[in-house]
Design a protein around this ligand. Structure first.
Ligand SMILES: N[C@@H](CCC(=O)N[C@@H](CS)C(=O)NCC(=O)O)C(=O)O
Length: 206
């Protein structure tokens, strides 16, 4: 498999999950602004929408969109850890959809090309706080992972999004379950390995 990524971006969720599974895979970084991969390939020929992640799977097809990629890996590789019923798949999709269309997108204004005005920043922050409170609700019942007792790709995706809170200097103290969840996923060896490989932390810190 081959993952197209940008350091610290949502593509790191797939990177972490592949590490969790002990998969052998290739990584190629993408300059999404220039639209080229590290080896000089035109990235829109890989993902016509120009953003990461994209994952080339063993049959030669390339999948895009976090939700689809993470669902694919779950279906293909997690059946020995969890009974993948239609209901469990729907639960995963429920969480992945929330993460992708609500929580992930609530961070977008902070990374926009044009710096938001003070008023826009305040509105965006309020919207983000609401989504973090929704996440707090999902993991409030003492559950260890997003789906309950078992780690799934949704945990890696939630972690990567929460990591952006540090980038925008938003402490997670107002959401204690979210903060504890973030810290639980942060210390996992697969997470640390991906963060070192993507240059987010130094090897000796891992
Ligand atoms: N709908 C897409 C959104 C992916 C996305 O937002 N990717 C960001 C990084 S997290 C990106 O590549 N943005 C282009 C850029 O940063 O130049 C998905 O869920 O996969």
């Amino acid at each position: 498999m081959k993952l197209y990524y940008k350091p610290g971006a949502c593509s790191m969720a797939t990177h972490i999950v592949l590490n969790e599974l002990g998969e052998t895979f290739e990584l190629e970084s993408v300059d999404t602004k220039k639209g080229v991969t590290a080896s000089g390939a035109p990235y829109r020929e890989i993902n016509p929408r120009g953003y990461v992640p994209a994952l080339t799977i063993p049959n030669g097809e390339t999948l895009t969109e976090n939700g689809a990629i993470l669902q694919y890996i779950f279906d293909e590789r997690y059946s020995d850890q969890i009974d993948i019923t239609t209901f469990v798949r729907a639960r995963l999709q429920e969480v992945l959809s929330f993460l992708s269309s609500e929580l992930h997108k609530a961070f977008s204004p902070f990374f926009a090309k044009t710096k938001p005005t003070t008023e826009e920043h305040a509105i965006a922050l309020e919207k983000l706080r609401i989504q973090l409170s929704h996440l707090e609700g999902i993991i409030a019942d003492g559950r260890k992972f997003m789906l309950g007792a078992t780690y799934t790709p949704a945990d890696a995706y939630a972690f990567v999004i929460l990591n952006w809170a540090g980038v925008i200097r938003l402490p997670l103290d107002d959401w204690p379950n979210v903060k504890a969840f973030y810290e639980r996923i942060l210390v996992r060896p697969a997470t640390q390995k991906a963060m070192v490989r993507e240059g987010l932390i130094k090897a000796e810190a891992a």
